[in-house]
Design a protein around this ligand. Structure first.
Ligand code: ADP
Length: 393
Protein backbone atom coordinates (compact mmCIF):
# COMPACT_ATOMS: atom_id res chain seq x y z
CA UNK A 1 0.00 0.00 0.00
CA UNK A 2 1.11 3.56 -0.66
CA UNK A 3 0.64 6.37 1.83
CA UNK A 4 1.46 10.05 1.41
CA UNK A 5 2.69 12.06 4.38
CA UNK A 6 1.99 15.81 4.20
CA UNK A 7 3.19 18.82 6.14
CA UNK A 8 1.41 21.94 4.91
CA UNK A 9 2.62 25.40 5.94
CA UNK A 10 1.06 28.73 5.05
CA UNK A 11 3.13 28.96 1.83
CA UNK A 12 4.65 25.51 1.59
CA UNK A 13 3.74 21.86 1.18
CA UNK A 14 6.17 19.10 2.09
CA UNK A 15 5.39 15.55 1.00
CA UNK A 16 6.74 12.00 1.11
CA UNK A 17 5.12 9.01 -0.57
CA UNK A 18 5.82 5.67 1.12
CA UNK A 19 5.55 2.08 -0.04
CA UNK A 20 4.36 0.79 3.31
CA UNK A 21 5.43 -2.86 2.96
CA UNK A 22 9.09 -1.89 2.65
CA UNK A 23 8.75 1.53 4.39
CA UNK A 24 10.61 2.86 1.37
CA UNK A 25 10.26 6.53 0.34
CA UNK A 26 9.19 6.43 -3.32
CA UNK A 27 9.31 10.18 -3.75
CA UNK A 28 9.57 13.25 -1.55
CA UNK A 29 9.83 16.97 -1.97
CA UNK A 30 8.61 20.44 -1.29
CA UNK A 31 6.44 23.11 -2.90
CA UNK A 32 7.56 26.55 -1.75
CA UNK A 33 6.40 30.16 -1.94
CA UNK A 34 2.82 29.12 -2.67
CA UNK A 35 0.83 32.27 -3.42
CA UNK A 36 4.05 34.33 -3.52
CA UNK A 37 6.14 35.36 -6.53
CA UNK A 38 8.93 32.91 -7.37
CA UNK A 39 7.08 29.74 -6.37
CA UNK A 40 8.79 26.48 -7.17
CA UNK A 41 8.94 22.80 -6.36
CA UNK A 42 11.62 20.22 -5.68
CA UNK A 43 10.84 16.55 -6.28
CA UNK A 44 13.32 13.83 -5.29
CA UNK A 45 13.02 10.22 -6.35
CA UNK A 46 15.57 7.44 -6.81
CA UNK A 47 18.75 9.37 -7.66
CA UNK A 48 16.93 12.22 -9.37
CA UNK A 49 16.12 15.71 -8.17
CA UNK A 50 13.84 17.94 -10.22
CA UNK A 51 13.46 21.64 -9.47
CA UNK A 52 11.14 23.90 -11.42
CA UNK A 53 9.70 27.36 -11.02
CA UNK A 54 5.94 27.27 -11.56
CA UNK A 55 3.07 29.56 -10.76
CA UNK A 56 1.32 28.30 -7.63
CA UNK A 57 -1.66 30.47 -6.76
CA UNK A 58 -2.70 28.27 -3.88
CA UNK A 59 -2.22 24.85 -2.26
CA UNK A 60 -4.66 23.22 -4.70
CA UNK A 61 -2.34 24.19 -7.59
CA UNK A 62 0.54 22.55 -5.74
CA UNK A 63 -1.40 19.33 -5.11
CA UNK A 64 -2.56 19.16 -8.75
CA UNK A 65 0.99 19.57 -10.06
CA UNK A 66 2.34 17.08 -7.52
CA UNK A 67 -0.12 14.38 -8.59
CA UNK A 68 0.42 15.08 -12.31
CA UNK A 69 4.18 14.73 -11.78
CA UNK A 70 3.83 11.44 -9.90
CA UNK A 71 2.07 9.98 -12.94
CA UNK A 72 4.32 11.66 -15.51
CA UNK A 73 7.43 10.33 -13.74
CA UNK A 74 5.79 6.90 -13.57
CA UNK A 75 6.13 6.77 -9.79
CA UNK A 76 2.49 5.69 -9.78
CA UNK A 77 0.26 4.59 -12.66
CA UNK A 78 -2.97 6.02 -11.30
CA UNK A 79 -4.12 8.20 -8.41
CA UNK A 80 -6.08 5.26 -6.96
CA UNK A 81 -2.72 3.78 -5.96
CA UNK A 82 -2.49 6.36 -3.17
CA UNK A 83 -4.34 4.55 -0.38
CA UNK A 84 -4.28 7.31 2.19
CA UNK A 85 -2.91 10.69 3.13
CA UNK A 86 -1.60 11.62 6.58
CA UNK A 87 -1.45 15.28 7.56
CA UNK A 88 0.86 16.65 10.21
CA UNK A 89 -1.16 18.94 12.49
CA UNK A 90 0.71 21.03 15.04
CA UNK A 91 -2.08 21.57 17.57
CA UNK A 92 -4.70 19.08 18.64
CA UNK A 93 -5.49 20.86 21.92
CA UNK A 94 -7.02 18.79 24.70
CA UNK A 95 -9.41 17.06 22.31
CA UNK A 96 -6.95 14.84 20.46
CA UNK A 97 -4.72 12.33 22.20
CA UNK A 98 -4.39 10.11 19.12
CA UNK A 99 -4.33 10.37 15.35
CA UNK A 100 -7.81 10.35 13.78
CA UNK A 101 -9.56 9.99 10.44
CA UNK A 102 -10.26 13.48 9.07
CA UNK A 103 -13.96 14.37 9.07
CA UNK A 104 -15.72 17.74 8.83
CA UNK A 105 -15.83 17.82 12.64
CA UNK A 106 -12.04 17.26 12.82
CA UNK A 107 -11.44 20.07 10.32
CA UNK A 108 -13.67 22.37 12.36
CA UNK A 109 -11.81 21.44 15.57
CA UNK A 110 -8.40 22.07 13.97
CA UNK A 111 -9.61 25.48 12.81
CA UNK A 112 -11.06 26.27 16.23
CA UNK A 113 -7.65 25.53 17.75
CA UNK A 114 -6.05 28.21 15.55
CA UNK A 115 -5.99 30.56 18.55
CA UNK A 116 -3.36 28.26 20.06
CA UNK A 117 -1.35 27.76 16.83
CA UNK A 118 -2.13 30.73 14.57
CA UNK A 119 0.79 30.13 12.20
CA UNK A 120 0.19 26.42 11.76
CA UNK A 121 -3.37 25.14 12.12
CA UNK A 122 -4.99 27.38 9.45
CA UNK A 123 -2.17 26.39 7.06
CA UNK A 124 -2.78 22.69 7.71
CA UNK A 125 -6.42 23.21 6.73
CA UNK A 126 -5.27 24.67 3.40
CA UNK A 127 -3.37 21.41 2.79
CA UNK A 128 -6.30 19.22 3.81
CA UNK A 129 -8.80 21.14 1.65
CA UNK A 130 -6.48 21.04 -1.37
CA UNK A 131 -6.26 17.25 -1.19
CA UNK A 132 -10.02 16.95 -0.54
CA UNK A 133 -10.62 18.92 -3.72
CA UNK A 134 -8.27 16.89 -5.91
CA UNK A 135 -8.61 13.43 -4.30
CA UNK A 136 -12.11 13.51 -2.73
CA UNK A 137 -12.33 9.75 -2.18
CA UNK A 138 -8.92 9.14 -0.60
CA UNK A 139 -9.07 8.69 3.19
CA UNK A 140 -7.09 11.24 5.19
CA UNK A 141 -5.74 11.12 8.71
CA UNK A 142 -4.69 13.91 11.09
CA UNK A 143 -1.55 13.28 13.16
CA UNK A 144 -1.11 15.83 15.94
CA UNK A 145 2.22 17.06 17.35
CA UNK A 146 0.57 17.54 20.74
CA UNK A 147 -1.23 14.18 20.97
CA UNK A 148 1.57 12.11 22.50
CA UNK A 149 1.83 14.53 25.44
CA UNK A 150 -1.82 14.18 26.43
CA UNK A 151 -0.90 11.41 28.90
CA UNK A 152 0.85 13.92 31.22
CA UNK A 153 -0.68 14.21 34.68
CA UNK A 154 -2.37 17.45 35.63
CA UNK A 155 0.39 18.39 38.08
CA UNK A 156 2.86 18.23 35.20
CA UNK A 157 0.85 20.06 32.56
CA UNK A 158 -0.65 22.88 34.62
CA UNK A 159 1.05 26.20 35.31
CA UNK A 160 0.64 27.63 38.81
CA UNK A 161 -1.47 30.52 37.51
CA UNK A 162 -5.16 31.27 38.26
CA UNK A 163 -6.96 27.95 37.64
CA UNK A 164 -9.71 29.61 35.58
CA UNK A 165 -7.13 30.43 32.90
CA UNK A 166 -6.97 26.69 32.32
CA UNK A 167 -10.70 25.99 32.51
CA UNK A 168 -11.77 29.08 30.56
CA UNK A 169 -8.95 29.51 28.04
CA UNK A 170 -7.01 26.24 27.93
CA UNK A 171 -3.82 27.71 29.43
CA UNK A 172 -1.66 24.63 30.14
CA UNK A 173 1.40 22.84 28.87
CA UNK A 174 0.62 21.05 25.59
CA UNK A 175 4.09 20.03 24.40
CA UNK A 176 5.17 19.58 20.78
CA UNK A 177 7.38 17.29 18.63
CA UNK A 178 5.11 14.51 19.93
CA UNK A 179 5.24 12.52 16.70
CA UNK A 180 9.04 12.51 16.85
CA UNK A 181 9.20 11.55 20.54
CA UNK A 182 6.65 8.77 19.97
CA UNK A 183 8.69 7.47 17.02
CA UNK A 184 11.88 7.49 19.14
CA UNK A 185 10.16 5.61 22.00
CA UNK A 186 8.85 3.00 19.56
CA UNK A 187 12.17 2.62 17.78
CA UNK A 188 14.28 2.23 20.92
CA UNK A 189 11.74 -0.17 22.46
CA UNK A 190 12.01 -2.33 19.34
CA UNK A 191 15.81 -2.10 19.40
CA UNK A 192 16.07 -3.09 23.06
CA UNK A 193 13.09 -5.49 22.83
CA UNK A 194 11.51 -3.93 25.93
CA UNK A 195 8.31 -1.93 26.42
CA UNK A 196 8.91 -1.13 30.09
CA UNK A 197 11.53 1.54 29.54
CA UNK A 198 12.18 4.87 31.22
CA UNK A 199 13.31 7.01 28.28
CA UNK A 200 14.53 10.59 28.05
CA UNK A 201 14.09 11.60 24.43
CA UNK A 202 16.14 14.65 23.36
CA UNK A 203 14.86 16.12 20.09
CA UNK A 204 17.57 18.70 19.37
CA UNK A 205 16.93 20.47 16.08
CA UNK A 206 16.51 24.12 15.28
CA UNK A 207 13.55 23.83 17.62
CA UNK A 208 14.19 21.43 20.48
CA UNK A 209 12.39 19.58 23.23
CA UNK A 210 13.09 16.93 25.83
CA UNK A 211 10.45 14.38 26.84
CA UNK A 212 10.29 11.95 29.74
CA UNK A 213 8.63 8.68 28.68
CA UNK A 214 7.67 5.74 30.88
CA UNK A 215 6.29 2.47 29.45
CA UNK A 216 5.68 4.22 26.12
CA UNK A 217 3.74 7.13 27.65
CA UNK A 218 4.76 10.76 27.98
CA UNK A 219 5.18 11.81 31.62
CA UNK A 220 6.57 15.30 31.06
CA UNK A 221 7.96 17.47 28.28
CA UNK A 222 9.95 20.69 28.03
CA UNK A 223 7.90 22.70 25.53
CA UNK A 224 4.83 24.30 27.00
CA UNK A 225 1.73 26.27 26.06
CA UNK A 226 3.69 27.08 22.89
CA UNK A 227 6.98 25.78 21.45
CA UNK A 228 8.78 28.77 23.03
CA UNK A 229 9.33 27.06 26.39
CA UNK A 230 11.98 24.60 27.52
CA UNK A 231 15.59 24.36 26.35
CA UNK A 232 17.59 27.02 24.50
CA UNK A 233 16.91 26.65 20.75
CA UNK A 234 18.24 28.04 17.46
CA UNK A 235 16.33 31.32 17.70
CA UNK A 236 13.99 30.68 20.67
CA UNK A 237 14.94 31.54 24.23
CA UNK A 238 13.38 28.56 26.01
CA UNK A 239 12.33 29.15 29.63
CA UNK A 240 12.50 32.79 30.75
CA UNK A 241 10.92 34.89 33.49
CA UNK A 242 7.72 36.42 32.02
CA UNK A 243 8.46 39.71 33.80
CA UNK A 244 11.07 40.43 31.13
CA UNK A 245 8.18 41.16 28.76
CA UNK A 246 6.76 44.36 30.33
CA UNK A 247 10.28 45.47 31.26
CA UNK A 248 11.52 45.34 27.64
CA UNK A 249 8.21 46.75 26.37
CA UNK A 250 8.89 49.85 28.44
CA UNK A 251 12.63 50.08 27.73
CA UNK A 252 12.32 49.64 23.97
CA UNK A 253 8.78 50.94 23.36
CA UNK A 254 7.70 47.57 22.00
CA UNK A 255 4.38 45.77 22.12
CA UNK A 256 4.03 42.42 23.92
CA UNK A 257 3.81 40.75 20.51
CA UNK A 258 7.09 42.33 19.44
CA UNK A 259 8.89 41.11 22.56
CA UNK A 260 7.48 37.60 22.05
CA UNK A 261 8.66 37.81 18.46
CA UNK A 262 12.17 38.64 19.76
CA UNK A 263 11.90 35.62 22.10
CA UNK A 264 10.95 33.42 19.14
CA UNK A 265 13.18 34.76 16.38
CA UNK A 266 16.11 36.70 17.84
CA UNK A 267 17.01 34.69 20.92
CA UNK A 268 18.53 31.28 21.66
CA UNK A 269 21.85 30.45 19.97
CA UNK A 270 21.38 33.45 17.65
CA UNK A 271 20.67 35.88 20.48
CA UNK A 272 23.70 34.89 22.55
CA UNK A 273 26.23 34.21 19.77
CA UNK A 274 25.11 37.40 17.95
CA UNK A 275 26.11 35.50 14.79
CA UNK A 276 24.06 32.47 13.90
CA UNK A 277 21.24 30.19 14.96
CA UNK A 278 22.90 27.24 13.26
CA UNK A 279 24.64 24.79 15.58
CA UNK A 280 27.37 24.15 12.99
CA UNK A 281 28.35 27.84 12.99
CA UNK A 282 28.34 27.86 16.79
CA UNK A 283 30.59 24.80 16.84
CA UNK A 284 32.98 26.49 14.37
CA UNK A 285 32.95 29.57 16.61
CA UNK A 286 33.75 27.44 19.67
CA UNK A 287 36.68 25.86 17.82
CA UNK A 288 38.04 29.26 16.80
CA UNK A 289 37.72 30.66 20.33
CA UNK A 290 34.79 33.06 19.70
CA UNK A 291 33.64 34.06 23.19
CA UNK A 292 29.97 34.60 22.34
CA UNK A 293 29.79 31.21 20.60
CA UNK A 294 31.46 29.54 23.58
CA UNK A 295 28.86 31.16 25.85
CA UNK A 296 25.95 30.17 23.55
CA UNK A 297 27.22 26.59 23.43
CA UNK A 298 27.59 26.44 27.20
CA UNK A 299 24.08 27.82 27.78
CA UNK A 300 22.61 25.41 25.22
CA UNK A 301 24.28 22.38 26.77
CA UNK A 302 23.36 23.46 30.31
CA UNK A 303 19.71 23.92 29.40
CA UNK A 304 19.56 20.36 28.01
CA UNK A 305 21.46 18.91 30.98
CA UNK A 306 19.05 20.56 33.46
CA UNK A 307 16.02 18.98 31.77
CA UNK A 308 17.67 15.55 31.60
CA UNK A 309 18.53 15.77 35.30
CA UNK A 310 14.99 16.85 36.16
CA UNK A 311 13.44 14.02 34.16
CA UNK A 312 15.92 11.51 35.58
CA UNK A 313 14.42 12.27 38.99
CA UNK A 314 10.81 12.45 37.72
CA UNK A 315 11.18 9.03 36.11
CA UNK A 316 12.91 7.56 39.19
CA UNK A 317 16.03 6.79 37.15
CA UNK A 318 16.42 6.23 33.45
CA UNK A 319 17.09 3.23 31.20
CA UNK A 320 17.97 5.08 28.02
CA UNK A 321 18.66 8.61 26.85
CA UNK A 322 18.05 9.14 23.12
CA UNK A 323 19.43 11.92 20.94
CA UNK A 324 17.62 12.84 17.74
CA UNK A 325 16.98 15.58 15.08
CA UNK A 326 19.55 17.81 13.34
CA UNK A 327 21.86 18.46 16.30
CA UNK A 328 21.05 15.32 18.29
CA UNK A 329 21.80 13.07 15.33
CA UNK A 330 24.73 14.95 13.82
CA UNK A 331 26.72 16.69 16.52
CA UNK A 332 29.15 14.44 18.43
CA UNK A 333 30.44 17.65 20.07
CA UNK A 334 27.08 18.58 21.62
CA UNK A 335 26.28 15.01 22.70
CA UNK A 336 29.70 14.63 24.33
CA UNK A 337 29.35 17.93 26.19
CA UNK A 338 25.89 16.98 27.47
CA UNK A 339 26.85 13.48 28.59
CA UNK A 340 30.06 14.64 30.27
CA UNK A 341 28.00 17.05 32.39
CA UNK A 342 25.84 14.11 33.53
CA UNK A 343 28.85 12.30 35.05
CA UNK A 344 27.48 12.69 38.59
CA UNK A 345 24.57 10.42 37.57
CA UNK A 346 27.07 7.77 36.46
CA UNK A 347 26.26 8.35 32.77
CA UNK A 348 29.32 7.82 30.57
CA UNK A 349 29.98 8.23 26.89
CA UNK A 350 31.98 5.98 24.54
CA UNK A 351 33.86 8.64 22.58
CA UNK A 352 34.59 6.38 19.65
CA UNK A 353 31.00 5.20 19.29
CA UNK A 354 29.84 8.82 19.62
CA UNK A 355 31.65 9.71 16.42
CA UNK A 356 28.54 8.87 14.41
CA UNK A 357 25.91 10.76 12.40
CA UNK A 358 22.26 9.89 11.83
CA UNK A 359 22.60 6.19 12.54
CA UNK A 360 20.95 4.14 15.27
CA UNK A 361 23.96 3.65 17.57
CA UNK A 362 24.67 3.00 21.24
CA UNK A 363 27.06 5.74 22.35
CA UNK A 364 27.25 5.02 26.11
CA UNK A 365 30.24 3.17 27.48
CA UNK A 366 29.81 -0.23 29.11
CA UNK A 367 30.36 1.35 32.56
CA UNK A 368 27.52 3.87 32.07
CA UNK A 369 24.62 3.76 34.57
CA UNK A 370 22.16 3.99 31.67
CA UNK A 371 22.19 3.49 27.92
CA UNK A 372 22.63 6.44 25.58
CA UNK A 373 21.62 6.11 21.94
CA UNK A 374 21.55 8.15 18.76
CA UNK A 375 18.17 7.39 17.16
CA UNK A 376 17.40 9.10 13.83
CA UNK A 377 13.85 10.42 13.90
CA UNK A 378 11.33 10.01 11.08
CA UNK A 379 8.16 11.98 11.70
CA UNK A 380 6.96 11.51 8.11
CA UNK A 381 7.14 7.72 8.41
CA UNK A 382 5.33 7.84 11.76
CA UNK A 383 2.55 9.90 10.11
CA UNK A 384 2.35 7.36 7.28
CA UNK A 385 2.26 4.43 9.74
CA UNK A 386 -0.57 6.03 11.76
CA UNK A 387 -2.46 6.71 8.54
CA UNK A 388 -2.13 3.11 7.38
CA UNK A 389 -3.24 1.77 10.76
CA UNK A 390 -6.32 4.00 10.87
CA UNK A 391 -7.47 3.38 7.31
CA UNK A 392 -7.01 -0.37 7.82
CA UNK A 393 -9.31 -0.41 10.86
P1 ADP B 1 14.20 21.73 12.39
O1 ADP B 1 13.79 22.02 13.79
O2 ADP B 1 14.21 22.94 11.51
O3 ADP B 1 13.55 20.50 11.79
P2 ADP B 1 16.63 20.14 12.22
O4 ADP B 1 16.20 18.95 12.99
O5 ADP B 1 16.83 20.01 10.76
O6 ADP B 1 15.74 21.40 12.53
O7 ADP B 1 18.00 20.64 12.88
C1 ADP B 1 18.67 21.76 12.43
C2 ADP B 1 19.91 21.94 13.30
O8 ADP B 1 20.75 20.79 13.17
C3 ADP B 1 20.74 23.16 12.94
O9 ADP B 1 21.12 23.87 14.11
C4 ADP B 1 21.97 22.52 12.33
O10 ADP B 1 23.12 23.30 12.57
C5 ADP B 1 22.07 21.23 13.07
N1 ADP B 1 22.92 20.30 12.34
C6 ADP B 1 22.70 19.70 11.15
N2 ADP B 1 23.78 18.99 10.76
C7 ADP B 1 24.72 19.17 11.72
C8 ADP B 1 26.06 18.72 11.90
N3 ADP B 1 26.65 17.95 11.00
N4 ADP B 1 26.71 19.09 13.03
C9 ADP B 1 26.12 19.88 13.93
N5 ADP B 1 24.86 20.35 13.82
C10 ADP B 1 24.18 20.00 12.74
Amino acid sequence: MKIMSINAGSSSLKFSLYEMDSKEVLVSGLFERIGIEGSKYVIKYQDYKITEEVELKNHTDAVKILLEKLIELKIIDSLEEIDGIGHRIVHGGMEYSKSVMITNKVIEDILNLSDLAPLHNPAHILGIKAFQEVLPKTPMVAVFDTAFHQTMEKENYLYAVPYEWYTKYGVRKYGFHGTSHRYIAKKISEELKRDDLRIISCHLGNGGSITAIKDGKCIDTSMGFTPLAGIVMGTRCGDVDASIIPYIMEKEGKSAGEVINDFNKKSGLLGISMKSSDARDIEDGVNSGDEQCILADEMYVNSVVKYIAQYYVELGGVDVICFTAGIGENSPHTRRRIIEKLASLGIKIDLEANNVRSKLTKISSNESSCLVYVVPTDEELMIAMDTLEIINR
